[in-house]
Ligand binder design. Structure first.
Ligand SMILES: Cc1cc2nc3c(=O)[nH]c(=O)nc-3n(C[C@H](O)[C@H](O)[C@H](O)COP(=O)(O)OP(=O)(O)OC[C@H]3O[C@@H](n4cnc5c(N)ncnc54)[C@H](O)[C@@H]3O)c2cc1C
Length: 435
């Protein structure tokens, strides 16, 4: 006899854990399976865990706004203790530079206005009042270091910026998944680690369960793919990829970890910076350090990975390029000779907007394509997936009439159809990690 469950969640990263938690709270017998040894060991552990509210669509801002409140209310959301400690939300604010490419943030400001998210507009002369270390010369559009234009100002000043005070970061992304695992277990969910899914079983056009690498079979009428950068492999296993208009791929990323300029307390005074003019984002990191990630400017070659279990995990020239780019903006930033930081993978969708949806196989769902920007939304995605599963399993035709639900904090309706696998590419996307 195989094991039985009501719902199998493939993956125990932050989004898989939140999905399992919400379904367990609604009375489903849930089992989360993950091939790694602990929750959050996958791409969640490499996350910069930035909680920011600026997105280029109102739906994007609404989701982030809702997620923000869950992080503020973290102990209440969990409703239980984790013996290894709870993560903390640290507010830093976020400075976003205006560029031609982001249309001087017109869409972003309209989306923030729609959700009543406060922000301040800064002229170039005001930016150093927020962070005196910043050089306000314009360098964009970003180039490669091999280009003779690299590092040379292209205008005296950037076009300006906005500052969103309600933005910050989570102290430990991996631990956040462990927190949710404990909460889900308290609600009745089970977690199986070192359990690799090798087969999605079906009966006619309905999913019937999974088979693990050790031969164990778990039967369930609902299986949810939350496998992060492995999502495309699981979708192919289930035979549902051909029925998707938007697909996912694994995209390699390097995040640099460097010391803040000497004599400046970056942990107290620094902020998150989203800087399309130099093609980087950055944030304060404990120990007076700075994390620098890429906003994937057009001059860079995107490195998609065919096998998420076998890719280059060493730092490359990309690391140096990102630090050199950031050093254009932050005066006194030194470029260390020894690179350190994180090499990890995004689960990237064709338009950098996630897919939260059912599939062409009845009972098989997916929360995938999180494109480097959905950590912040994980608790909301958990609710969204639970609403979707309940409605569709109750007979609702989601593809014809998308499921909607009212979000708890913002009281705004969330149209799950926005995240459909059948959508055409969303032209309002930034086609970058900004979403
Ligand atoms: C470098 C980097 C920086 C980021 N920065 C931010 C940020 O600042 N802010 C933000 O909001 N978002 C950010 N993100 C995105 C965010 O971290 C992700 O969207 C989120 O962590 C994805 O969670 P997940 O649970 O979907 O996936 P994962 O954490 O990747 O979990 C998927 C799990 O599925 C398991 N799995 C895969 N295949 C199988 C199988 N066959 N059998 C069993 N288990 C399997 C894996 O082992 C893994 O544990 C960043 C991502 C990266 C990589």
């Amino acid at each position: 006899m195989g094991e039985k469950a009501d719902v199998i969640v493939i993956g125990a990263g932050i989004i898989g854990a939140c999905t399992g938690f919400e379904l367990a709270k609604r009375g489903y017998r849930v089992v989360n399976v993950d091939k790694l040894p602990e929750a959050g060991h996958g791409s969640t552990s490499g996350s910069c865990a930035i909680i920011r509210l600026h997105y280029s669509t109102p739906d994007g801002v609404a989701m982030a706004r809702e997620g923000y409140y869950y992080w503020l209310d973290w102990p209440k959301y969990l409703g239980t203790v984790d013996e290894t400690g709870l993560v903390k939300y640290i507010n830093t604010g976020c400075l976003v530079f205006k560029t031609e490419k982001n249309h001087h943030l017109k869409q972003v400001m309209a989306a923030l206005d729609e959700l009543c998210v406060p922000y301040l507009e800064y002229g170039p002369q005001d930016i150093p009042k927020l962070l005196p270390l910043l050089d306000t010369s314009a360098f964009g559009p970003p180039t490669l270091p091999s280009d003779e234009r690299f590092g040379r100002p292209t205008a005296e000043h950037v076009a300006g910026a906005i500052y969103v005070p309600e933005s910050g970061l989570i102290s430990d992304p991996k631990q956040s998944a462990h927190n949710v695992q404990r909460a889900a277990e308290a609600a009745g969910a089970r977690f199986r680690f070192k359990a690799e899914v090798v087969e999605i079983r079906r009966h006619h056009n309905r999913v019937s369960g999974i088979t693990l690498k050790d031969g164990t079979q778990i039967d369930a009428p609902v299986v949810i793919n939350v496998a992060g950068p492995h999502s495309f492999i699981i979708n192919r296993m289930a035979g549902v990829e051909a029925g998707m208009n938007i697909k996912t791929r694994a995209l390699r990323q390097e995040v640099c970890h460097v010391a803040a300029p000497e004599g400046f307390d970056y942990n107290q005074l620094g902020t998150i910076i989203s800087d399309g003019d130099i093609g980087c984002y950055s944030r304060p990191e404990v120990g007076n350090n700075i994390l620098i990630g890429s906003e994937d400017p057009e001059c860079d070659t995107l490195e998609y990975v065919d096998d998420p279990d076998d890719y280059n995990t060493n730092f490359t020239e990309q690391w140096t390029t990102q630090v050199m780019r950031e050093a254009q903006r932050i005066r006194g930033l030194r470029i260390p000779s020894q690179p350190s930081g994180v090499v990890d993978l995004y689960d990237c969708s064709d338009d950098w907007i996630p897919i939260y949806d059912r599939s062409s196989l009845d009972g098989f769902y997916m929360a995938v394509g999180t494109s480097g920007n959905q950590f912040k939304n994980a608790p909301v995605v958990g609710v969204l997936m639970a609403e979707l599963v309940e409605a569709v399993e109750g007979g609702h035709d989601h593809d014809r009439d998308p499921v909607r639900f009212s979000m708890k904090y913002t009281k705004r309706p969330c149209n799950v159809g926005f995240y459909s696998r059948l959508r055409t590419i969303n032209p309002n996307s930034s086609f970058s990690v900004i979403g």
